[in-house]
Design a protein around this ligand. Structure first.
Ligand SMILES: Cc1cc2nc3c(=O)[nH]c(=O)nc-3n(C[C@H](O)[C@H](O)[C@H](O)COP(=O)(O)OP(=O)(O)OC[C@H]3O[C@@H](n4cnc5c(N)ncnc54)[C@H](O)[C@@H]3O)c2cc1C
Length: 384
């Protein structure tokens, strides 16, 4: 067993940490959160540093990194803000789908644009009636000449309103078939005729933003169909494990920040003439937080290692995701308790970690759906 990082991985962590310390200052993050503004300047920094190039092969302008590099980056970005990590994650996950399922022409067209920051990607699958139940999807595309026409409504699309965003929209192309055989992926510009966006007022992740999307007779050329007609579910499946493990690493980064804030506060804050951390009950809360964070981190690293070494890690990734996201919520709650009223005040950062953490047992597959999946992989027959 080897828990050591390579020299390159240590350097990657160090350089991402340094860049984030310089560019994602607490004042910058507070302003973006308050104004609900997309982190355009920081995104440009990530492009300049080559972070978007990391998991892509050199032939498309990438650096040929592994999933381990991805989880290192995710942990460091989320340490500052899971909201900021969301602005990074969606474009990468969608880009990897194009890499795995696009034609050679589509890869040569889209990947250099994504890696250079010319376009961003977001993913849009959920709908008002279709959350966990993807089969209830109503948005559809019909053939029209040498292209397609899309009609419908989407919900909860992270980052879809960012400048130059190309929405990766999943729609039904065979309305009679099961979604596994009747769904397709199209790339749609967020300012294409017939596309209308509404930014939603969410509890957290307020700078990357969450959007409702209306699609009215949106014309899409055939070249924007990725993975072939009715193969959308195959595209989703191909990226599920990388997306979930990288997001899980993001939860770990957020948890570490919460623990660091709470620990420092427990040492500094004096009541009854002594630091509050000298009360055994507070010290034990912090010891539990450290222990549960470490357990989450180990589950995440083991699953990431399995994936990086070509093993099927679906169960391990789902277990890591459900455990880490629920621990993230728990730690944010404990962190807020340790900071007392300062934790609940909008001028201090704990409330932002609390708000962002709360989304993680819902997004990227709810805790309940993860448990359904894990139980299914244990041989149990769970509905659906
Ligand atoms: C911050 C945020 C960002 C998001 N970003 C995106 C995005 O970029 N793109 C996108 O497409 N979607 C996105 N989503 C949507 C997300 O994928 C959905 O919220 C999720 O799939 C759940 O759907 P729902 O909210 O409609 O809940 P529902 O499906 O209505 O479920 C409600 C509750 O019932 C439970 N439940 C439902 N069915 C079952 C079952 N069979 N067994 C047990 N429990 C069940 C759920 O776990 C949940 O607790 C985002 C959501 C959030 C909160």
């Amino acid at each position: 067993m080897d828990f050591e990082f390579s020299e390159e991985q240590r350097m990657l962590r160090e350089s991402v940490r340094k860049m984030m310390a310089k560019s994602a200052t607490p004042e910058y993050i507070r302003r973006l959160d308050h104004e609900q503004a997309f982190p355009d300047e920081l995104y440009a920094e990530w492009v300049k540093m080559g972070l978007f190039r990391m998991p892509f092969p050199e032939e498309y302008g990438g650096l040929g990194g592994s999933v381990i590099d991805m989880v290192i980056i995710a942990e460091e970005l989320s340490y500052k803000s899971f909201d900021l990590f969301s602005a990074f994650g969606s474009p990468i996950f969608c880009g990897l789908n194009v890499l795995r399922k696009g034609t050679e022409e589509q890869k040569r067209h889209w990947l250099p644009k994504l890696l250079s920051g010319e376009v961003k990607f977001s993913v849009s699958m959920s709908e008002p009636e279709a959350g966990c139940d993807i089969g209830a999807m109503r948005t559809s595309a019909r053939r029209d000449g040498d292209g397609w026409v899309i009609n419908g409504q989407k919900l909860w699309a992270t980052g879809a309103g960012a400048k130059n965003n190309v929405i990766n929209v999943y729609v039904k192309t065979d309305t009679k078939a099961h979604y596994r055989q009747g769904m397709s992926l199209f790339l749609v510009d967020n300012n294409a005729p017939g596309v209308q966006l509404r930014k939603l007022d969410m509890l957290g992740r307020r700078c990357t933003g969450t959007y409702e999307i209306f699609l009215n007779d949106v014309r899409v050329p055939h070249e924007r169909l990725i993975g072939g007609e009715n193969n959308g579910w195959q595209v989703v499946l191909s990226g599920l494990q990388v997306e979930r493990i990288t997001s899980t690493s993001g939860y770990i980064g957020g948890m570490q920040a919460i623990l660091d804030l709470a620990l420092q506060y427990a040492k500094d804050r004096k009541q009854f003439g002594r630091p509050i951390g000298s009360n055994q009950v507070i010290a034990h809360m912090l010891a539990d937080m450290q222990t549960e964070l470490e357990a989450s981190r180990l589950m995440m690293w083991r699953a990431a290692w399995m994936l990086a070494t070509g093993k099927d890690a679906l169960k391990e990734i789902s277990m890591a995701k459900v455990f880490a996201s629920e621990t993230y919520v728990k730690l944010a709650n404990m962190g807020m308790q340790i900071l007392g009223a300062y934790g609940y005040n909008m001028e201090f950062d704990m409330q932002r970690y609390f708000r962002d953490a709360r989304s993680t047992t819902i997004g990227a597959g709810t805790s309940q759906m993860q448990r359904n999946l894990i139980a299914g992989l244990m041989g149990l027959k769970v509905q659906p």
